[in-house]
Design a binder for this molecule. Structure first.
Ligand code: HEC
Ligand SMILES: [Cu+2]
Length: 305
């Protein structure tokens, strides 16, 4: 999946595409103003400066010039405002066509995202995602340059932003409101999955969430701690056994004891039910556990990613 550098001028969605022309118009105007003002300053400084025998030239007002530098900037500011408000009408319409709402909370110094609890089946196509945002402490700001829009997360208030991408990829962003020491660590990453992969990702994410919070998993964790497993296996923060391999990230491994692949519910069950039956001569004994105990332990192990 392509990882794109955050860059405003490389729009990857409709909101960003709205903004880019305005970005260039303002950028060009700023460059022209810079050239005229600084050019004029340098030119006048050289032309009218004091020289040996020539006193510096004195001016007292110039009606035409003053009119020009009042009227032109006014026209510029007003037209930029109008153009900006037009864009904002589009950007602020977060609801039309939004398929999914994700809640975003900013805090010093991270963002957290809460997805809908249910997955509505594989036919569920997500194109526009609405973000419902708030902050726990100070003001933060959500900005993914390639996807456009930029919205503050304000404590005590809810703000909205819509994200929509028209290419697959990983888009980077950053908190855009200085929020304290860890401000620079508030990186953001939006992963745009192809529709087909999104279904799998969402299903797994929801399964993981439900598993982490299930009673069975909690029971499995206790069982793991109290049964013989604890004496032979290390799980960081839980047990410290050294006879067998650490199981802290067992659910992310490619295989179980080198013989069963992948690491899933079925294979973990098979392994724990009878290790020597699966891998003759292994050092892990058959603990003769009942099916219910094994189920709980397996649910717990699957959360160890
Ligand atoms: C007497 C020590 C011992 C006990 C008790 C024990 N194990 Fe093991 N376990 C091992 C050893 C040794 C291995 C490595 C087996 C091999 O590769 O042949 C292992 C491997 C594993 C693996 C595969 C690890 C990997 O990295 O592939 C899992 C999963 C596992 N044990 C879970 C458990 C669970 C759950 C319990 C408790 C119900 C348990 N073990 C009890 C010693 C033990
Ligand atoms: Cu921040």
């Amino acid at each position: 999946m392509p990882v794109l550098p955050p860059w405003v001028s490389d729009p990857a969605g409709p909101a960003a595409r709205e903004i880019v022309p305005l970005y260039w118009i303002m950028f060009a105007a700023a460059v022209i103003v810079l050239a005229i003002v600084d050019g004029g300053l340098i030119w006048a400084g050289m032309r009218y400066r004091e020289r040996p025998g020539v006193p510096a030239k004195q001016f007292h007002g110039h009606n035409l010039l003053e009119l020009l530098w009042t009227v032109i900037p006014t026209i510029m500011v007003v037209s930029f405002s109008i153009l900006s408000f037009q864009r904002l009408l589009v950007l602020n319409d977060v609801d039309t066509g939004a398929d999914m709402t994700i809640k975003v909370v900013g805090r010093q110094w991270s963002f957290s995202f809460e997805y809908p609890k249910e997955y509505k089946g594989v036919s569920f196509l997500t194109s526009k995602v609405k973000l419902e945002m708030t902050s726990q402490d100070v003001i933060h700001s959500f900005w993914i340059p390639n996807l456009g829009g930029k919205k503050d997360l304000v404590p005590g208030r809810t703000t909205f932003l819509a994200l929509q991408a028209d290419r697959v990829g990983e888009f980077k962003g950053q908190c855009f409101e200085f929020c304290g020491d860890g401000h620079a660590d508030m990186l953001l990453r939006v992963v745009v999955h192809p529709t087909s992969e999104y279904a799998t990702w969402a299903k797994t994410a929801i399964e993981d969430y439900n598993r982490r919070n299930s009673e069975e998993t909690k029971a499995g964790r206790e069982l793991f701690k109290t049964l013989a497993c604890a004496g032979c296996h290390t799980i960081t923060g839980l047990t410290g056994g050294k006879v067998g391999p650490p199981l802290t990230n067992i659910a992310s491994k490619k295989d179980i004891a080198g013989v069963l692949s992948p690491v899933n519910e079925e294979n973990l069950r098979k392994w724990i039910s009878n290790p020597p039956g699966v891998k003759p001569g292994t050092q892990m004994p058959n603990l003769n556990l009942d099916q219910d105990t094994i189920s709980k332990i397996v649910q717990f192990l699957l959360t160890q990613k």
